[in-house]
Ligand binder design. Structure first.
Ligand SMILES: Cc1ncc(COP(=O)(O)O)c(C=O)c1O
Length: 485
């Protein structure tokens, strides 16, 4: 594909860009329970204006753009005060994944250069966000994954048992995304303190909002930088602080540990590089937009939204409890829930949540399927946010219809076939050809996805983790080659 021979008009370009969006999820409808966090049109507009006004300023060098330095240190100060240590130090990043990668890098280098550990490792619960697996892979850090308890919380004894001489850091979540539950941060951080290892709290999704929820009466266990033994925390602003995307923070109690995050390079012939985050040149837009959003909503605005989210969560949980064939996995401690299928009659199979997701989609709602793993059965994730709280009664009404409709659908039977193929693990020689065959069985031809996703999800569910990952990678290889007129 070539660029146009002649430059096009602003109106044409805008019309194209608007048209491209027409197949996207209609997040403004309030019928989408994930991906977007919407605090209303006015807040959105303020964020957008700030974003555009700082779009071109470059965060590469804070001595040249002191406005960006000011915005970043003020944001870090606001987050620090909200999570238990106003004196904490940290940085603004592009998202939860970057914050986590930086926390893992700091832990790795701290372990290597302060403790002389050649091959540092991290201990994570199986509910920890995939970003820790990504960080371990990117940064060549070992990982020890520990099964969670029956309520999907990290088990302190099991986490303690996984700490070894090469452990750099233990990770806890507040809350974990999948089930919306908070790990026992105090207990695990105390173990870390005693064993001399770092403890990171992944509060990407909940860290900003939980303190406000606590202030309106929601029970919130301690999870912040004030917990003895906690050494770092990641807190996203582009989730429950409702800032435009590209906004997260990573904070440390000890400025010495933060030093391990910062990369400097004077060993080349160009300008001096000092990068606290992954990017070097970076737009000031996300920073200005985040600062503006925090200013626009303010303490009272976040409290008001916290109240609304707590009320909506209670309504969601009690509504789901009345729907046969579906139940809430564990008791969520944040405005999120994971719903699992239950048998509709004694001795029957649980309702397929993958079919429920399709049935909901057919009724205009988006809920996020999550594959089962370990003790966690396949489930549907629901994130409540101000943009969809008013839609909860309508969503519950559709769920009441979708569950029996899903139960009436036949299973593809693929799970049994594929389960048998992988009964002894991933067969030797499993490669691109086998992945293509599995994709065909799942109904994926080329890059076009079928309208109903249950078949694909059933195939993925039946596969061992490494084969799931191989299939997903193969699919993206095809997807990103797509050319559409
Ligand atoms: C607990 C948790 N950690 C990390 C992340 C990763 O954040 P991002 O998607 O901004 O990279 C998420 C995203 O949902 C999350 O919920």
């Amino acid at each position: 594909m070539a660029i146009p021979a002649q430059g096009r008009s602003r109106a044409d370009i805008t019309a194209d860009l608007d048209a491209f969006k027409s197949k996207d999820l209609a997040w403004r409808s309030g019928r989408v329970f994930g991906y977007t966090y919407d605090a209303g049109a006015e807040v959105e507009q303020i964020g957008k204006e700030a974003y555009v006004s700082y779009l071109t300023e470059n965060g590469l060098d804070p001595t040249v753009f002191p406005s960006l330095l000011r915005l970043e240190t003020e944001i870090i100060g606001m987050v620090a005060a909200n999570v238990g240590n106003p004196n904490a130090v940290g940085h603004f990043t592009t998202g939860g994944t970057e914050s986590i990668m930086l926390a893992v890098k700091s832990a790795r280098d701290h372990a290597r250069y302060r403790r002389g550990i050649a091959e540092p490792r991290i201990v994570v619960a199986d509910t920890a966000h995939a970003a820790f697996h990504k960080a371990a892979a990117y940064l060549d850090v070992g990982k020890d994954v520990v099964a969670t308890d029956a309520n999907f919380r990290a088990d302190p004894a099991a986490m303690a048992a996984a700490i070894g001489p090469d452990t750099a850091m233990v990770v806890v979540s507040a809350p974990s995304y999948g089930h919306g539950v908070i790990d026992p941060v105090e207990e695990i951080a105390a173990i870390c303190l005693q064993r001399g290892v770092l403890c990171h709290v992944d509060a990407c999704v909940g860290g900003w909002m939980l303190p406000f929820m606590a202030r309106v009466g929601w029970p919130v266990p301690r999870f912040g930088l004030d917990v003895p033994g906690v050494t770092s925390i990641s807190v996203d602003l582009h989730k429950y602080a409702f800032c435009p995307k590209g906004a997260s923070t990573v904070l440390y109690n000890d400025p010495e540990l933060r030093k391990a995050q910062i990369f400097a390079c004077a060993g080349w012939t160009g300008y001096t590089i000092v990068n606290p985050t992954v990017q070097s040149s970076k737009s000031g837009g996300p920073l200005a937009a985040a600062w503006a959003t925090l200013q626009a909503i303010g303490d009272a605005g976040y409290l008001e939204r916290a109240r609304e989210l707590c009320d909506a969560t209670r309504a969601l949980l009690s509504g789901v409890a009345e729907i046969p064939g579906i139940s809430v996995l564990s008791q969520p401690e944040f405005c999120m829930a994971a719903l699992a299928g239950e048998p509709l009659r004694d001795g029957g199979a649980p309702v397929s949540v993958f079919h429920v997701a399709d049935e909901m989609r057919a009724r205009g709602w988006y809920v996020q399927p999550q594959l089962g793993l370990g003790g966690s059965p396949p489930n549907l994730h629901i994130s409540l946010q101000p943009g969809n709280t008013a839609a909860v009664p309508g969503m519950l009404a559709s769920l009441r219809e979708a569950v029996p409709a899903a139960a009436a659908l036949p299973s593809s039977g693929l799970a049994d076939t594929i389960g048998a193929l992988f009964a002894d693990g991933v067969p030797a020689g499993f490669g691109a050809e086998q992945v293509d065959e599995l994709m065909a069985m799942a109904g994926v031809a080329g890059a076009s996805l079928p309208a109903r996703m249950a078949g694909i999800n059933e195939v993925l569910q039946a596969l061992p983790t490494v084969a799931r990952e191989a299939m997903l990678v193969a699919f993206f290889g095809v997807l990103y080659r797509r050319r559409e007129a």
